[in-house]
Ligand binder design. Structure first.
Ligand code: GDP
Length: 459
């Protein structure tokens, strides 16, 4: 029997705005660069890899302190560079998520906040396990910091009053999470990791607790998640993160490949705004190895990429590709029609087209549309139509028709898409309300407060 192959786990970072997601990711990236010779690390588009030997180097004191032992079967951790649940939403695959495990960042000062809950809901829906980084511990009055120190060591250096304050805030967050059905505990006090979510105190600024965080992530993956990481197919499967313009190459896709391989010359199927698109990979690009901490803009061509990896794909006819779309390699021509159907079904599963009385929803990508829809459904807001793309005259017209039946829902919710001045004028003249935002939570809040205003006016 051929030996099983496991890819490296994909890690995503979510949490409330300003909780420290970006700072934490930056620190983790720095860990990698600081401890390795440039050139010896695989570079990715849209993701940063922390190789196994770096994890061991950084995490050894934590593994020893916790007496943790696990066999390593996978590659290192591949962190998705885009933080936030809007970005996470695009990491979708049929029935779940491309991200294998996530870090939910909670600010120790702010505790559980609206986007924390939103993130938890999305993670639950996609069945993605997560570890909680209770961030900004350095802001506790009197905290003594030391760059990159494991929390388990750092804690011993703090005064009793500082520890008491940390514990007070930590268990406040534990209580808040419990109210949302999340059973969480400090990572070094957990007996059964299948029943309890781990909380790791961190500082994204000093890097304290990062070794502990990496240890728990990596340990959970090796112990409980291998099935998920087995490479099961030769033909690459992935998801489109972004569709963008690249000087000299035209429209390119940045993608995460989570299974199989993708090669130069391969036929791929992706979802477009007017149906499935079949095209041939012209080139695959990855960044040049990092020479220093700043990200380079230089890319080099490669012939093949295997899971898991972030890559830039250049091919003809990519202009209409939907961000968040699946991307499938098809090497057997007889499978092409089936894969096209599959891609089409994926899109139809998400978009909504009804005659109901409800709002019109527009979003920039499949994943964000899906996340927005499920959040609106949770709030009990009816949806008439939900699809991808900028707000059009037809959208405004359709919303204006609703006005006759129910004034409240004569509205368009636009997430991270363009609304031209002309469209705004048109909406104004037809009495259609347009709401725009780049954060799902605030977009829905804006609409809810509008509903509230209407209700008050009626009273
Ligand atoms: P994001 O919106 O979740 O990505 O949050 P950012 O990473 O942009 O951080 C928001 C602010 O909090 C920035 O000013 C950071 O410098 C600061 N910050 C993030 N992590 C920490 C931390 O661990 N300690 C302290 N003191 N500040 C932090």
């Amino acid at each position: 029997m051929p030996e099983k192959r496991y890819r490296q786990p994909l890690v995503s970072v979510l949490g409330h705005v300003d909780s420290g997601k970006t700072t934490l990711l930056d620190y983790i990236r720095k860990t990698r660069v600081a401890s390795k010779e440039p050139g010896s690390i695989t570079q990715h588009v849209g993701a940063s890899e922390i190789p196994v030997d770096v994890i061991y180097e950084v995490c050894r004191p934590v593994m020893e302190a916790l007496n943790l032992k696990f066999e390593v079967k996978t590659g290192g951790l591949l962190f998705i560079d885009l933080p936030g649940h809007e970005a996470f939403s695009n990491l979708r695959r049929r029935g779940g998520s491309v991200a294998d495990i996530a870090i939910l960042v909670i600010d120790i000062n702010g505790g559980v906040q609206p986007q924390t809950i939103e993130s938890i809901n999305i993670l639950r829906e996609r069945r993605v396990p997560f570890v909680i980084a209770l961030n900004k511990i350095d802001t506790i009055y009197g905290w003594k910091s030391q760059e990159g120190r494991p929390f388990i060591v750092s804690e011993r250096e703090q005064s009793p009053s500082v520890i008491a304050e940390l514990e007070r805030r930590l268990y406040r967050v534990v209580d808040q999470l419990m109210e949302h059905g999340i059973n969480a505990e400090r990572y070094d006090r957990i007996k059964d990791f299948t029943k309890t979510f781990a909380i790791v105190p961190t500082s994204a600024v000093s890097g304290e607790g990062v070794p502990d965080l990496l240890t728990i992530l990596f340990g959970l993956v090796q112990r409980y998640m291998l099935d998920r990481l087995e490479v099961t197919s030769d033909e690459g499967k992935g998801t489109v993160l972004e569709v963008r313009q690249h000087p000299g190459l035209g429209t390119v896709l940045t993608a995460i490949i989570y299974d199989g391989t993708i090669k130069k010359g391969d036929t791929i199927v992706v979802a477009g705004s007017k149906g499935p698109i079949v095209t041939k990979v012209r080139s695959l690009l990855v960044p040049e190895p990092l020479q220093e901490m700043r990200m380079t803009k230089k890319f080099r061509n490669i012939d093949e990429v295997s899971a898991a990896a972030g890559v830039m794909i250049s091919a003809p006819d990519l202009e209409d590709v939907l961000a968040g779309s699946p991307i499938y390699v098809v090497r057997d021509p007889s499978m092409l029609e089936e894969m096209k159907r599959e891609v089409q079904e994926e899109v139809e599963r998400i978009v909504i087209k009804t005659d109901r009385i409800g709002v019109i929803v527009k979003a920039d990508a499949l994943g964000t549309l899906e996340a927005l829809i499920s959040q609106l459904e949770r709030e009990g807001i009816p949806i008439r139509r939900a699809d991808i793309g900028e707000v059009t005259k037809a959208d405004v017209f359709e919303a204006s028709v609703i006005r006759g039946s129910d004034e409240r829902y004569s509205a368009i919710l636009a997430f991270n898409v363009k609304v031209s001045e002309e469209i705004k004028r048109e909406a104004l003249s037809r009495g259609v309300a347009i709401f725009e935002d780049v954060i799902i939570y605030t977009l829905i809040e804006k609409f809810k407060s509008y509903l509230e205003d209407l209700r008050r006016k009626e009273e």
